[in-house]
Design a binder for this molecule. Structure first.
Ligand code: PMP
Length: 390
């Protein structure tokens, strides 16, 4: 940025960060008719009624005040039971769990809690677009490690080890992954755990898609031997529970880290919305059948999508989780940005160009299959027609 372009009213830090690359496509797509959107990263289900009703009931009962900073204790207890029963890792609801305003806030307070100016965080990419900017805004330096389709977008310990320096403080993992849908099994994660131990690194494990794992059991990083003490689990209700608009997430972390995050949360947010917390409590108490039902539906759509992509000549690894496919468009000779724009203009299908997700993302597009089968069928027909010109 030249001196001329610098706005003196704004911090240099903020000015050095680019707005999310996803936005431009949404703005373009929203100005057009008859668009099929495979662009959004959110469930197409409405939050199950019992969850909405529990939230309404909390308001009817007058629970409209601030909650405890860390979240209502009943919800923290429910999260603790959930983590034990689903992932075999125990967290103390009083000191190791924080309810946040989405997983987004969890990542933010996590980074702010651990980073001093210049500390490095290894970000495994392609990844959710917020990690690197949140590291930077906390004063840190994001260091990208790219994965690729040849290894199903899994990361190896050797790849991470290659970029470790004496400023490396933590690594950021996300499996199942947004945007690749990639998952990692216990053996693969153990390699990373050994590395974290060897170099004394913290591991931020974003497991917001844990319940949307289709082909194998999800393994919580902190459940690996010796890892609980160095792991921050980021999760939330947006995806598997279909609650994006409720803005509710949570962190499970060792006491010292959790209390530092709580301190930041307490000053910047006070607490997550109380009525949303009562909804989430109900979701954990009685909503797991709904989670399973939605998961089966995504799995069916994933199977259709991956099979159809291969039929129309799009190379795509089978995403083991989340609700995204990340096919390669390299054969077309276009960049992912050119491909996405041309596809939108010619066939009215909105996808996200892979480069916005960082290293390893170029040459791919992200297609969310959290939309109706009818839309998926139409999009396959349109993308198939589009590809014939190459
Ligand atoms: N992590 C990942 C991997 C995500 O894909 C998203 C949402 N796209 C988030 C975190 C943020 O979720 P929330 O709505 O809970 O802030």
């Amino acid at each position: 940025m030249t001196t001329k372009q610098v706005n003196k009213r704004l911090s240099k830090k903020v000015q050095s960060i680019q707005p999310s690359g996803i936005r431009r496509f949404f703005d373009l797509a929203s100005s057009m008719d008859n668009i099929i959107s495979l662009g959004v990263g959110e469930p197409d289900f409405v939050t199950p009624w019992n969850v909405r009703e529990a939230s309404i009931s909390s308001m009817e009962r007058g629970f409209t005040a601030y909650s405890a900073n860390a979240g209502i204790i009943e919800l923290r207890e429910a999260i603790s039971n959930y983590m034990t029963s689903r992932f075999s890792v125990d967290y103390d609801p009083e000191s190791e769990i924080l309810v946040t305003v989405g997983a987004s806030e969890a990542i933010d307070v996590g980074m702010r809690a651990i980073l001093d100016e210049g500390d490095e965080v290894i970000v495994v990419e392609p990844s959710f677009v917020s990690y690197a900017p949140l590291v930077s805004m906390a004063g840190g330096v994001p260091v990208a490690v790219g994965t690729n389709i040849d290894t199903d977008f899994k990361v190896t310990a050797a790849q991470i080890e290659a970029v470790i320096t004496d400023r490396t403080k933590a690594m950021m993992l996300c499996f199942p992954n947004n945007p690749t849908g990639s998952t990692m099994n216990k053996e693969e994660l153990k390699e990373i755990a050994e590395l974290a131990e060897r170099h004394d690194l913290l591991v931020f494990s974003d497991e917001i898609y844990a319940e949307l794992t289709y082909d194998e059991e999800h393994v919580a990083f902190s459940s690996l031997e010796g890892m609980k003490e160095r792991t921050v689990i980021i999760s939330g209700f947006s995806k598997a529970f279909a609650m994006t608009g409720w803005r509710l997430g949570f962190v499970c972390a060792p006491k010292d880290l959790l209390s530092a995050m709580l301190k930041i949360h307490q000053y910047s947010l006070m607490c997550a919305p109380t009525m949303a917390q009562y909804g989430a409590l109900e979701a954990l108490k009685t909503g797991m059948d709904d989670v399973y039902r939605m998961k089966q539906s995504y799995k069916q759509r994933r199977n259709y999508f991956v099979k159809s992509f291969s039929e129309i000549g799009l190379e795509c690894h089978t995403p083991g989780g989340a609700f995204y496919a990340f096919p390669s468009i390299e054969k077309t000779g276009l960049t992912s940005e050119q491909f996405a724009e041309k596809l939108l203009l010619e066939e009215r299908v909105a996808v996200v160009p892979g480069h916005v997700f960082g290293e390893g993302g170029e040459g791919h597009i992200r297609c969310s299959y959290a939309t109706s089968m009818e839309n998926l069928e139409l999009s396959v027909e349109r993308i198939g027609r589009f590809l014939k010109q190459f």
